[in-house]
Design a protein around this ligand. Sequence first.
Ligand code: SF4
Length: 226
Amino acid sequence: MAVAPPRSPPDRALKTGPHAAREVAAGDRVPASLDEVEAGIQVCRRCDLWRDATQGVPGEGAAHAPLMFVGEQPGDQEDLAGRPFVGPAGQIFDKALAEAGVPRDRAFVTNAVKHFKHEPRGKRRIHKTPNRGEVTACRWWLDAERRLVRPRVIVALGATAALAVVGKATPIGANRGKPLQLPDQAQGLVTYHPSFLLRVPDAAAKARAYAEFVEDLRLAGELAGV
Ligand code: SF4
């Protein structure tokens, strides 16, 4: 799948004005639109993850999508492209969505944390899991996206997203497939992160986890009425 060209952070900030974006990022003003979220993320200093990232990666999709998917954080390719779910995990996600019969254009996709956390290893940038403090800091943006999009169903992909969406540790194995009532009136579901499916070493276990993932996406589509 071709990676979209990077979007320019300065262009995004101009949508609402750099001053407005800084006010929103500092928490002095609640973001009133997804454009303000997008611009605010580019100047956000709520945690230190912006320092080593190329740019912040906001969510994208239908403005009032009935279904929201929340991943962990942008990966290497997402960090460069400025768009969520465009790397290898995004390709598995798209394939599973199609198999589950969920139209991608009825979904809004985003991440719990908007900047790429990583450490250098040679020429590569190796993913590092965001800590609880970083997840908590970045909930300002996820909560704004939830408030603005108002999805009927929010699906947390993986444990970090589950922490951000549910507000407490919610183990995936014990909770997947069970709708949860969230405080913002949405129904919640937790399931695997698609990158986990790439890492399962045993072929049979991988096929089983993928089938469960598709089943969870199908349930999410049914609950959201898409
Ligand atoms: S990861 Fe989130 S909280 Fe941290 S700087 Fe980026 S946008 Fe701000």
